[in-house]
Write a protein that binds this ligand. Structure first.
Ligand code: AP5
Length: 221
């Protein structure tokens, strides 16, 4: 099964992808998380994208599509039974590349879930967000803090604020979302695979709403 989560920055795509993958035997493919991991490891790719991430601009499509293709090959090798895409695709070119990559595997996207949220909540979420610098687990200082201050519950890594959670970068990412990413809902809606979830609910309620959407697929897999 292949699920695409679409929503503005801070809507909870990463949070929900984490919750869904474990029980559904799907791989989380978060391009932002993959780029941050490359950056933390100091790889050539990480150094190339560092400034782009901080500015909130999009990494070039060829680089982004290549990193996704690498993860799809892991699925081909049996690492999971599909994927939840978080932050990919972000524009029409990426959407078409994903369609082609899945089609060449005899697959296609099963569900596109839009997570909608008010701008007021979004700013509160992003300013309080903290992430594990090792495994990428997502926390919030008020609504979802780690059990031990600044230590990741999952891997024991250091938890810190993301370098791109600055007002300038948030503003830029939101305008790119409105201009390039949100229109993808029209691209997908012709196929009848788009659903909408209210992201202004507690995390568990959002998770239940998404699970209800993919439930028939769970039973079938
Ligand atoms: P990316 O990492 O994808 O960042 P983003 O799109 O800006 O999205 P966010 O991670 O900010 O939001 P989210 O919806 O995942 O929210 P989260 O779950 O963390 O991309 C970063 C950069 O990488 C981009 O700017 C770009 O440069 C590059 N990039 C990535 N993908 C690319 C692509 N395809 N092409 C080109 N470049 C690309 O939640 C936010 C906070 O809210 C957390 O603290 C969480 O605990 C809390 N929270 C979540 N849900 C709830 C809830 N229901 N109630 C209360 N709190 C909640």
């Amino acid at each position: 099964m292949y699920i695409v989560l679409i929503g503005p920055q801070g809507s909870g795509k990463g949070t929900q992808a984490d919750r869904l993958v474990a029980s559904l035997d799907l791989m989380k493919i978060s391009t932002g998380e993959l780029f941050r991991a490359e950056r933390a490891a100091g790889t050539e790719l990480g150094n190339l994208v560092a400034g782009i991430l901080d500015a909130g601009e999009l990494v070039p499509d060829d680089v982004t599509i290549a990193i996704v293709e690498g993860r799809l090959k892991e699925i081909d090798a049996g690492a999971a039974h599909g994927a939840v895409f978080d932050g990919f695709p972000r524009n029409r070119g990426q959407a078409e590349a994903l369609d082609a990559a899945l089609s060449s595997r005899g697959s296609s996207i099963d569900h596109v879930v839009e997570i909608d949220i008010s701008e007021e909540k979004l700013i509160h979420r992003l300013s309080g967000r903290r992430v594990c610098t090792v495994c990428g687990a997502v926390y919030h200082i008020e609504t979802a803090p780690p059990a031990v201050d600044m230590i990741c519950d999952r891997c024991g890594g250091h938890v810190a604020q993301r370098a791109d959670d600055t007002p300038e970068s948030i503003h830029r990412r939101l305008s790119i979302f409105a201009e390039l990413t949100k229109p993808l809902l029209d691209y997908y809606s012709e196929r009848g695979i788009v659903s909408h979830v209210d992201g202004d609910q507690p995390m568990q309620s959002v998770e239940h709403a998404i699970r209800r959407i993919v439930q028939s697929e769970v039973g079938a897999s």
